[in-house]
Design a protein around this ligand. Structure first.
Ligand SMILES: [Zn+2]
Length: 250
């Protein structure tokens, strides 16, 4: 990896943004929009069937050909605070925008905070459904951030595109973070699924294990469940990975 890696944010800022989690859905959305604004990205909305909330989108270098989608979801199951599932993922999106925005990029990056994940992947299904054929073939990758910081970062390998997984291993080595694998086919689904169904290469980064899975969708899903060091490693790894994908993908 040639270029120096930009970790635009300190552990303190990453933790502060995580701690902005709210049990109020409108507040989650407003906080995200305000974080995107703070880092210099004007968001757009896409309305989602069966969901009161829209998807929130932020584009970086939209003039570039070839899109890398980076996703997480801001809705949550109304038990606990949904800090893990999935404020931990979605709250990283503005910071990842920040880590990339001053680099010369080859791709268009689209950061999407999906709505309505828990009730049936409504936001991601809508996004994929609305893509034209050209937009689908122009989407080089969908990287999903789900439930981070419970443990060290892990990849859902059985669902991941092999090329994206190989690149992840490289990026993890560069970030000096082990490239761990944990398949969660039996534990749940996520917003990568509609992209996978559309033939788009996907890779999900998460931190779920058999031991901690019971915490999701329970009162145990709160800030205390998140280890700040593991969470910051997830940020560093995702930032490194996205920069690496930008240099490697067609
Ligand atoms: Zn989730």
């Amino acid at each position: 990896m040639g270029a120096a890696l930009a970790y635009a944010q300190t552990p303190e800022v990453i933790q502060q943004r995580l701690e902005l989690v709210s049990r109020n859905l409108d507040q989650r959305r407003t906080t995200l929009e305000s974080l995107f604004r703070q880092v210099g990205c004007a968001t757009t909305e896409e309305s989602v069937p069966h969901s009161r909330e829209p998807n929130i989108l932020c584009a970086l270098d939209p003039e570039n050909a070839g899109t890398i989608v980076v996703g997480g979801h801001f809705d949550f199951v109304d038990r606990g605070t949904g800090a893990v599932d999935d404020w931990s993922g979605v709250a990283l999106l503005p910071s990842l925008y920040q880590s990339l925005k001053d680099r010369p990029l080859r791709h268009r990056f689209l950061f999407i905070a999906f709505a309505g994940e828990e009730e049936g992947l409504f936001g991601s299904k809508q996004y994929v459904r609305a893509l034209s054929k050209e937009e689908k073939t122009g989407t080089r990758a969908m990287i999903n951030l789900e439930c981070l910081g419970l443990t060290t970062p892990k990849v859902w390998r059985s669902r991941a595109n092999p090329k994206l997984f190989a690149a992840y291993v490289q990026a993890a080595a560069a970030a000096h973070i082990p490239a761990e694998v944990m398949d969660v086919d039996k534990l749940g689904d996520d917003d990568s699924h509609p992209f996978l169904n559309a033939g788009i290469p996907v890779l999900t980064i998460h931190s779920v294990t058999d031991a901690n899975a019971g915490l999701l969708h329970s009162a145990g899903d709160n800030l205390k469940a998140i280890n700040p060091r593991d969470y910051y490693d997830a940020y560093r790894l995702a930032a490194t990975y996205l920069a690496y994908l930008d240099s490697k993908l067609e």
